[in-house]
Design a protein around this ligand. Structure first.
Ligand SMILES: Cc1cc2nc3c(=O)[nH]c(=O)nc-3n(C[C@H](O)[C@H](O)[C@H](O)COP(=O)(O)OP(=O)(O)OC[C@H]3O[C@@H](n4cnc5c(N)ncnc54)[C@H](O)[C@@H]3O)c2cc1C
Length: 408
């Protein structure tokens, strides 16, 4: 065997396979049977979170272990299994990790140690975290964020005012991480993230959204009205912010490259969620096509159906390979020069929408009813072309990366 072949393997380690099977067992026996009920209730499935906490699946330790797993595939493997079972409950189980990652990537060790455990809580008293960047007038255009954070030197506090929208776990989280502008003239370069501790006066939930899909995940506005947080709640600390602003003042780069790197590295996690939903639909449609008989033979014997299943399966496997490549590159610290993270999110999100629609078609009338899960999976899948950067924004990022041009 040559060196090149020895150095390449797509086989998961035995630890990862064991962990995947353990998560799958919980996903199949606890999450999937609860999925339809929580979709109808449109509420956070607290009892499922408690069950997951009891076995250590909803815990900071478990996520941290997978986040730092050497191959980079820990989080993609977990997320695929959870979202295979149900995307709404899956997002309730993983939404806190978005807030956690935002503190891990820029926070001080003290901030990580103090606030991350409070985003997860413990068995019998589970908690959530929320990451609040989007605003009514700042979705794709994050540079337009109007929420303002002003430093009050006398009290060493930051005073935050603004309205956030679309926040997963917004208003019901124990810890909110809020992106605000500290220097509006600088656009996205003048922004910073702030930790809002539990029970801080002035933070409240606005409208809770009733959604097309992922309805077991809570999405709401967050209103910040003269919210005062201690100086130490500025993620990364004031010295780092002052240094960054000084660099920008001197006409140098202000760390936006680092922010882009963080986004590229986190996108494969979202791609893995989409792969999970897509895989569920392909498995279900395949089994249905093997057993549903029309014209005296299983519908899957018709090329018109089998070819669809072939395309569906191939595209899910392709999406997973892009996801694993990007996650692996991120873990190895390799530069994502062609925006490989965005590629994985784009392809996996669009694959999930397409294959869940094809699954409905293969189930015929049954596919269109709530007696079968594929219509829910189709509703759920659509979020993956919208949040964490829409498909158009992913194409823009990839377009810029591959052409080197300022594509708009
Ligand atoms: C269920 C749900 C959960 C969410 N969770 C969170 C969360 O936890 N935290 C958070 O901060 N945000 C969250 N979001 C917000 C999400 O990230 C935004 O909805 C997303 O970034 C798109 O922003 P927008 O909705 O304002 O759409 P817009 O930015 O208004 O876009 C509308 C359309 O215009 C297109 N468009 C915009 N600009 C361009 C361009 N330059 N070129 C081509 N097309 C363009 C978009 O692709 C889209 O199709 C969530 C959203 C949803 C629906």
């Amino acid at each position: 065997m040559s060196d090149a072949t020895q150095g390449f393997s797509l086989e998961l380690s035995s630890d990862l396979r064991e962990m995947r099977d353990w998560v799958h067992q919980f996903a199949a026996s606890v999450i999937r049977p609860a999925a339809a009920e929580w979709d109808e209730r449109e509420q956070v499935p607290w009892p499922v979170l408690e069950e997951a906490a009891k076995i250590g699946l909803y815990s900071l330790d478990f996520y941290a272990q997978q986040y730092f797993e050497g191959s980079g595939l820990g989080i993609p493997v977990v997320f695929e299994e959870l979202f295979w079972a149900d995307a709404g409950i899956g997002l309730s189980l993983t939404g806190s990790s978005l807030a956690a990652v935002s503190v891990v990537s820029n926070g001080t060790p003290e901030q990580i140690g103090e606030w991350l455990p409070q985003m997860f809580g413990k068995p019998g008293d589970v908690k959530l975290g929320a990451f609040c960047a989007s605003e009514p007038d700042a979705g794709s255009d994050v540079g337009a964020i109007r929420t303002r954070a002003v430093y009050d030197q006398k009290s060493d506090e930051w005073v935050i005012n603004g309205v956030k929208t679309w926040a997963t776990n917004g208003g019901i989280a124990n810890v909110h991480v809020v992106v605000a502008s500290v220097d509006p003239a600088l656009g996205s370069r003048g922004q910073a993230s702030f930790i809002v501790p539990p029970g801080t006066p002035g933070l409240r939930m606005g409208q809770k959204f009733r959604k097309h899909g992922i309805r077991a995940s809570h999405t709401a506005e967050v209103i910040l009205d003269d919210v005062r947080v201690p100086g130490q709640c500025l993620v990364g600390g004031k010295d780092k912010l002052d240094e960054r602003l000084a660099r920008i003042g001197a006409g140098k780069r202000g760390g936006e490259q680092a922010a882009m790197k963080t986004f590229e590295a986190s996108r494969p996690s979202v791609a893995a969620m989409a792969v999970g939903v897509a895989r569920a639909a392909v498995e279900f449609a395949t089994e249905y096509a093997r057993t549903r008989v029309q014209f005296g033979r299983p519908i899957g014997q018709n090329q018109g159906v089998a070819f669809q299943l072939a395309d569906m399966r191939a595209s899910v496997d392709a999406a997973r390979l892009l996801t694993w490549r990007a996650a692996w590159m991120a873990r190895q610290g390799l530069p994502m020069l062609a925006a490989e993270g965005s590629m994985s999110k784009l392809v996996a999100g669009e694959t999930a929408v397409r294959v869940t629609e094809q699954a409905i078609q293969i189930l015929g009338g049954n596919g269109y009813t709530r007696e079968y899960p594929v219509e829910r999976w189709h509703r759920d899948a659509k979020i993956f072309t919208i949040f964490e950067g829409t498909s158009e924004i992913q194409r823009m990022i990839i377009g810029r990366a591959v052409t080197g041009l300022d594509v708009r």
